[in-house]
Design a protein around this ligand. Sequence first.
Ligand SMILES: [Zn+2]
Length: 308
Amino acid sequence: MKKLFLLIIFLIANYGNSQIISEELVKKHLYKLSDDNMEGRRAGTKGIEKAAKYIESEFKRIGLEKFEGLDSYRQNFQERGLSLFNVIGCIKGEEKKDEFVIISAHYDHLGTKDNLEGDKIFNGANDNASGVAAVLALAEFFSKNKINNRTILFVAFTAEEMGLLGSRYFGKQVGPEEVIAGINIEMIGKESPFGPKTAWITGFDRSSFGKIIQKNLTDSEYKVFPDPYINQRLFYRSDNAALARLGIPAHTFSTSPMDKDLDYHQVTDEANTLDPYTISETIKAIAAGTSSIIMGHDTPSRVEITKD
Ligand SMILES: [Zn+2]
């Protein structure tokens, strides 16, 4: 059994997903979600509505189920006078269907600024159309390779840029003890400071999640490292934080060089500044690296709940 399991991970890392998780698929999602007609995907605007419709249509095409208790892919809520919604799709598990693994990325961004000269649209290609492209590609991959004994929830969180509103709301709707892991993806469109075929994981030492990923990628060319920008407190600044505060081992994968990314939160964060190869290789590594958790063989340790 162990051998079979290792073989499956090896196949995912090296061959299994190369057909499904391709640069073409990544580019399709990336260019669509960061197009000017999405108007910067600010939560509560017409632009983000277009992005949500695209994500929903992809969930439908892929054949995802709806999340328990919802009659559509939308999880609606009101906050700050705005009608907001996360978009959630599901692949039910087999033997461990009551154990959830979340694969997430925020789909909102900053919108537009009318008083700017020239380009007024914050397209948010790296932040975070790249992460949503990963969620969609992973949904397609796990839907075609049904290795999940655990139930996978694919979540596009809203209003991250307004202070993690979508992930905080989502966190209130789940029993934290039922959630085995949170796999969050942010800004994977630029080559990592560690070089090609590498990514970093936030909060690496806060659970055994990162070590499990490293173990599963031992035979792969792709390597993951602890977050090199500890002073930027990135563990607390993305949607994983809303889940980690509940004790869930929820971490963020990223590749971006945060110390020298001149496009971060600028109108220049456009799809043509990104590297589809980095994105597709990173998605494949996330598929292989998390597969033992998704299959139910590994369970990361919980995050200690602190007031920090
Ligand atoms: Zn972001």
